[in-house]
Design a protein around this ligand. Structure first.
Ligand code: SD4
Length: 320
């Protein structure tokens, strides 16, 4: 076991040096991977949760809850980037590999932990997705932590009369956590939570709560998650594509890159898609790729976690 874990740590280190060319040797879970440097906290909390006896799903939920709590960083959750009217509307989803179950919420206001709300939808309703007022009502009915959003109504009305940019707050940094897990049984789990693209119109829903776009889990293959400009990721079902490419035998790294190549090839925006992906497979291999920026993400095993960066995917040379 120790030798296997040492190999895993060595693999993480090697991958950090040459992420796009060196496939990681396969090893069994637990393994977690998350978007952005703040994802390291989610990975660490998730692995601790599993080490303490929690399931992979618990690991995903707890890891993301921590990032939602830390949203004072301007990342995810109620302290994340507000919409064009100046208040946050949150999106989240969660998927449980073993029974291919899923829960999702979109455009929810004033709920501190949308990832937990998504899990409640999955486990305590007959539905997969709830939005807006209905999602908030369900959250309150299930005792979830909330804050008063009564001031939002006035903001909504004044926003309608303004030019779009007049009300738009500044966008800083990135604001989506996607967190994927492979547990010690080889089962796969994933979650995603965001305050969404900065300056979004009230009511806009991004890729993050859309199964197959911001997140997809298939317990016989692996999982993928996304961050970036949701409009572009949604139009290409990015995470679903990556899982399907892995099903065909691709390494997660190659699958993430291939998804970006395919998206760019079929899109007038080309490599300016602002799409970033992470993925892991059932063999414990992982990868990440981004269309037009360096992309830092976090990966970890019980022996440690680290932030790794991949460069933007280079455009594929044209066939002559
Ligand atoms: C969205 N994908 O709502 C999210 C935003 C994001 O880094 O990931 N930003 O479009």
């Amino acid at each position: 076991m120790l030798i296997r874990r040492s190999c895993a740590v060595l693999a993480l280190t090697l991958f950090a040096a040459c992420a796009q060319t060196s496939p990681t040797p396969a090893f069994e879970g637990p393994l977690m991977i998350a978007t952005w440097p703040f994802g390291k906290t989610a990975v660490d909390v998730g692995l601790q949760t599993m080490a303490a006896g929690g399931s992979g799903l618990d690991g995903v939920e707890q890891g993301i809850r921590r990032i939602e709590e830390l949203s004072s960083d301007g990342t995810v959750g109620l302290g994340g980037t507000p919409n064009a009217a100046g208040y946050p509307q949150l999106d989240a989803c969660i998927m449980n590999g073993p029974d291919h179950n899923a829960g999702s919420v979109a455009g929810v206001e004033g709920i501190v932990h949308p990832i937990t709300l998504a899990r409640r939808v999955m486990e305590h309703s007959k539905h997969v997705m709830l939005v807006g007022e209905g999602a908030r009502w369900f959250a309150l009915d299930h005792g979830l932590k909330s804050v008063d959003v009564s001031g939002h109504a006035a903001k909504k009305e004044t926003w309608l009369d303004r030019p779009r940019d007049a009300a738009a707050p500044k966008t800083t940094g990135h604001d989506t956590i996607a967190l994927l897990a492979l547990d010690a049984n080889g089962d796969v789990f994933g979650g995603c939570s965001t305050s969404g693209a900065g300056r979004k119109l009230p009511g806009r829903v991004g890729d993050s709560p859309i199964l197959g776009s911001g997140l997809y889990v298939d317990n016989s293959v692996g999982a993928a998650g996304a961050t970036g400009l949701g409009e572009n990721i949604m139009r290409h079902c990015g995470s679903f594509q990556i899982v399907e490419l892995m099903r065909q035998g691709m390494h997660p790294q190659a699958a993430c890159e291939e998804a970006i190549h395919r998206m760019a090839a079929g899109d007038p925006r080309g490599y300016e898609l602002a799409a970033c992906f992470i993925a892991l497979d059932k063999q414990g291999r992982w990868g990440a790729a981004a269309s037009n920026q360096n992309f830092p993400f976090a990966v970890g095993t019980p022996d440690g976690s680290e932030v790794v960066k991949v460069p933007a995917v280079s455009p594929r040379p044209l066939d002559r």
